[in-house]
Design a protein. Structure first.
Lengths: 305, 399
């Protein structure tokens, strides 16, 4: 997708001037390459090596030796498969709800509010405004709002909409709610940028060709805003799948709502089972990569990007 | 709109008392217009005259402030655009970038659930000679090809009424001529009603059966191209549809067949049947190509009007003809088009010349010269530039 923008620079150049300049280009790329090697490639290799480590014989807890213990992967999958499934289904649900809320919002700001630029910028500021407060604080605030003694839950109980023993925090609902809430700006902004460029003349043409407003939306608006939908869902799904704040017991989650991020955190920091944590991280990364590449390929947005 | 069926022939369009106001200005005021079924109708006017708004009202993309729109006798004023038996070829083409050419053309057929949309789309593409590019995306086509796809996408639906919004504007001259011919052929072949909006007077004249010249939200004159050109009713039409030399003066004598107008001491005769006003102060005119240049004062001939002497102030050669600007004292600057029959210009800059034209070629306008200025200020840029130039030349001349 976005990498396509750089594809032309990698094409072999026959222009002698360009070839003479290429060392300069390489020199300019050097900081970036160094940065990636140091801070992305090295940890990745280290993570991969850690994931195959074996416990040291007669060693203490947290002492491991380099080995090729592939059984680590089998162990984490058999132990933690509910967390793996939960991670991706929560992330999927949060992505779905965020899209459901963000699309109309982005459509309003990007298309309907074009006539009023002031309203447009005001609404954009409101979308970004939550970033001014740490998301930890915001998530904690939601925990307060959803606490058993809170006004919201008490009222719901008084109205018998919730059972007397029911909780909101620690449920799948509150975790998905938290994920959705936290990632709405990441969904709205890319949607806004594509919808803002949407040429309404295409919509008029659709209407002129006998398409009802719903059909115009389905056949013209949605396909034309596909780049924004893809970008927004990726920006939501990828971090949401690895999130460990919303599902954390200190925040909106409970024992039954732990996600992969929580398990990785626990293995690394509490259990000091580094190989398991590393294996889980590699699994998380691989699954996301596979899902994302299938998704980008299937959505067929290459031409629109 | 009947689902699953084509319109079997073109429908007539009737606009009754249409008015369209936007905040701050009125785009169209009290427009009455009837376009007979099966005709090629051109709405001609400068930009901002309300012609595109009229088209959008018919397409259902704008709602009129008041008035009714009838297509084939049926009131469609309250119908949404997707319910109307109308298709538009947009100025920007508006081809869907996410669909192939074929899918673009089949779009309308699929929405109306017409059987075998792909085969019908191929047929329409064959008509515009683009079937070999059916599986390309619109961005991969040239401007002229995109224009033909837009046309195919509209006519494939066999709408009762086809709207064309300056569809040839982006094409170069040669391709434009070719497309004009193709459009005309298609219209005759399929027998649809075409409403063509354009600011290109030549295009309107070559293609349309009937032209309505629009200015400031009103129709100035309507008729066949030749009639409009030969007998313009207003100064605006006289100058927008081709060029005109206009003179203003009082009617000094009237016979049973003609009127004589005094233009700065020179008597100009206009046949009675070609004059819209026959008394008082009138504006008369003659087309530049009807004028003949004379090096010496021509002998008196009752069948010809003579004006002069004047001084040639500009000669511009344009291949087929040469344009002369002749300043006649008191009258102003006249434009003369002369066919290049002989080598070289017939007169040089600075030469003293006389002009004459057949009495039958003059025309009298309906405008009240006291109210209407000699030239409308709101013209297309080319005319304005020409006027500026001629007024500047006159100024320099007089100084």
């Amino acid at each position: 997708m976005a990498f396509a923008a750089f594809s032309s620079t990698t094409a072999p150049s026959t222009d002698p001037v360009a070839r003479r300049r290429s060392p300069v280009a390489l020199f300019l790329l050097l900081p970036g390459i160094l940065y990636l090697v140091l801070f992305f490639l090295t940890p990745l290799v280290s993570l991969l090596l850690t994931s195959f480590q074996a416990p040291r014989e007669f060693g203490d807890i947290g002492q491991y030796d380099y080995a090729f213990r592939w059984q680590n992967y089998v162990e984490v999958v058999t132990t933690y498969w509910p967390h793996i499934v939960r991670s991706f289904s929560y992330a999927l649900a949060a992505t779905f709800f965020a899209l459901l809320i963000s699309y109309p919002l982005a459509y309003f700001i990007g298309v309907k509010a074009r006539k009023w630029p002031l309203l447009q910028s005001l609404m954009l500021v409101l979308v970004i405004a939550p970033f001014f407060i740490s998301f930890l604080l915001r998530t904690l605030a939601w925990k307060q709002l959803f606490a058993d003694e809170s006004f919201v839950v008490q009222s719901l109980k008084a109205l018998s909409l919730l059972g007397p023993e029911a909780h909101v925090t620690g449920t799948a609902f509150s975790v998905i709610f938290g994920l959705t809430y936290n990632f709405i700006p990441f969904m709205t902004l890319p949607l806004y940028t594509t919808l803002e460029r949407l040429d309404v003349r295409y919509l008029e043409a659709g209407s002129d060709l006998y398409a009802s407003p719903f059909q115009v939306f389905q056949k013209v608006t949605i396909p034309l805003s596909m780049p924004g939908i893809v970008a927004g869902t990726l920006l939501t799904f990828i971090p949401a799948a690895g999130d460990y704040i919303n599902a954390g017991r200190d925040f909106l989650g409970g024992t039954g709502t732990q996600m992969m991020g929580n398990v990785i955190e626990a293995n690394f920091l509490v259990l000091q089972n580094y190989p398991s944590a590393a294996a889980l991280s590699i699994i998380l990364m691989t699954v996301i990569l596979v899902i994302v590449s299938i998704y980008v390929k299937r959505s067929g947005t290459e031409e629109l990007l | 709109m009947a689902v699953g069926a084509f319109a079997d022939r073109g429908a007539d369009l009737e606009l009754v008392g249409i008015e369209k106001r936007f905040p701050g200005f009125t785009a169209i005021e009290n427009l009455h217009l009837t376009i007979p079924a099966g005709s090629f109708f051109a709405l001609l006017g400068p930009s901002g005259c309300g012609k595109t708004t009229t088209l959008r009202l018919v397409a259902g993309l704008e709602e009129p402030t008041s008035g009714r729109i009838l297509i084939g006798g049926e009131d469609v004023t309250d119908q949404k655009s997707f319910q109307r038996p109308v298709n538009t070829v947009f100025q920007s083409y508006a081809l869907f970038p996410h669909m192939t050419v074929l899918e673009n053309v089949a779009f309308g057929l699929r929405r109306r659930k017409i059987g075998d949309p792909v085969a019908k789309a191929h047929e329409a593409l064959l008509l515009v000679e683009l079937d070999h590019l059916a599986h390309r995306k619109p961005q991969q086509l040239s401007g002229g090809q995109q224009q033909r796809v837009a046309l195919a996408r509209a006519i494939v639906n066999r709408p009762a009424l086809l709207l064309l919004d300056e569809p040839l504007g982006a094409l170069d001259l040669k391709l434009r001529r070719q497309m004009q011919l193709e459009l005309k052929t298609i219209q005759e072949e399929v027998g649809l009603t075409f409403l063509h909006v354009t600011h290109d007077q030549e295009e309107a004249m070559t293609m349309a059966d009937t032209i309505a010249v629009m200015n400031k939200g009103r129709i100035e004159q309507m008729g066949e191209p030749q009639q409009l050109y030969e007998l313009p009713k207003t100064a605006f039409v006289a100058n927008f549809l081709g060029q005109s030399n206009l003179f203003t003066g009082p009617v000094v004598s009237t016979t049973s067949s003609a009127i004589a107008v005094d233009v700065f001491g020179q008597q100009i005769v206009v046949p009675l049947k070609r004059a819209h006003r026959v008394s008082g102060e009138v504006t008369i005119g003659v087309r530049p190509e009807k004028l003949t240049l004379h090096a010496d004062a021509p002998t008196h001939d009752s069948s010809r009007n003579v004006m002069g002497p004047g001084k040639v102030i500009d000669v511009s050669f344009s291949g087929v003809s040469t344009q002369y600007l002749v300043a006649v004292h008191g009258v102003g600057t006249l434009v003369v088009f002369a066919q290049n029959v002989a080598f070289g210009p017939a007169a040089q800059v600075g030469a003293e010349v006389w002009l004459s034209w057949n009495v039958d070629h003059g025309f009298g306008l309906d405008d009240d010269p006291a109210q209407a200025p000699r030239f409308e200020a709101d013209l297309d840029t080319r005319t304005i530039a020409q006027q500026r130039r001629s007024s500047l030349i006159t100024e320099l001349e007089e100084a």
